[in-house]
Design a protein around this ligand. Structure first.
Ligand code: MG
Ligand code: MG
Length: 256
């Protein structure tokens, strides 16, 4: 069931989203060769705590295998849900960061892919195309229209550039909890509700250099590309209003 948000609730979600974007503004410059991914997770936990929020990802999932970090850090062939570790970032890595904040019960969700040091040309192109997929997905958000036009916008740009689209994981409704209805796939698939005022969705293209096929590692979280090639991930939380869409996690994409 889709739970639409009223004006007051949107104000709360907007505040959570602004906090998250502000956090990214400080985090992204720290993503450099030589840094342990665990250090970034620690930094994020402290930042969110100081700002008065709670990390929405920490402890998420099943009781037996909750997510152990505040930040997902997925490097190169890791698509999403990478677990912070002693692994050090090296130059050329594509580092995908995904984070959410719970601010007084209002949840935000945003992801960016950061090129550490000097990335190769293909990886850079993948990253820019994925970011553009997100931009096009957002541009397709319109009250009264069907949701899967967002999916189509994302998929068609990725395929036109020769990249693979991940099918097994997707965007989602967000705001009251981390994953709500509707699903927002990155290809036209499944239910196709109308977008209406008060809908809040996380749009999150996951685009691969090679095949869109993925696997989950034995840790139960880390999603990797089946062919070992690089993957990029960009995400914004977007609210639908009667006559416009608002990107709640910042007006601009990082890097603009
Ligand atoms: Mg996310
Ligand atoms: Mg998400």
């Amino acid at each position: 069931m889709i739970r639409l948000k009223n004006e007051q609730q949107l104000t709360g979600i907007r505040e959570s989203c602004r906090m998250l974007s502000a956090m990214y503004g400080e985090l992204i410059p720290l993503v450099k060769p030589g840094v342990e991914t665990m250090e970034l997770d620690r930094w994020v936990r402290n930042w969110i705590k100081k700002a008065g929020g709670k990390p929405a990802f920490l402890g998420y999932g099943s009781r037996t295998n909750p997510f152990p970090g505040a930040l997902c850090i997925s490097i190169d062939s890791e698509v999403i849900h990478g677990i912070p570790s002693r692994r050090k970032i090296v130059s050329g890595n594509l580092v995908s960061l995904d984070c959410g904040i719970d601010l007084g019960g209002f949840i935000s969700d945003q992801a960016v892919s950061v090129e550490a040091g000097k990335a190769g040309d293909e990886v850079h192109r993948l990253n820019m195309v994925t970011r553009e997929c997100l931009r096009r997905g957002i541009a397709a958000v319109k009250a009264g229209d069907r949701l899967l036009q967002v999916s189509r916008a994302v998929e068609s740009y990725a395929l036109a550039n020769g990249f693979g689209v991940v099918h097994e994981f997707c965007g989602h409704g967000v705001g009251f909890s981390l994953h709500e209805d509707p699903q927002v796939p990155n290809y036209p698939h499944g239910p196709n509700p109308r977008m209406t005022e008060g809908l809040v969705i996380a749009i999150e293209p996951m685009i691969n250099l090679g095949t869109g096929d993925v696997e989950v590692l034995e840790d139960g979280w880390t999603v990797v590309t089946a062919d070992g090639k690089c993957s990029a991930h960009w995400e914004h939380t977007v609210a639908v209003f009667r006559d416009h869409a608002e990107v709640l996690t910042g007006e601009l994409l990082p890097g603009d």
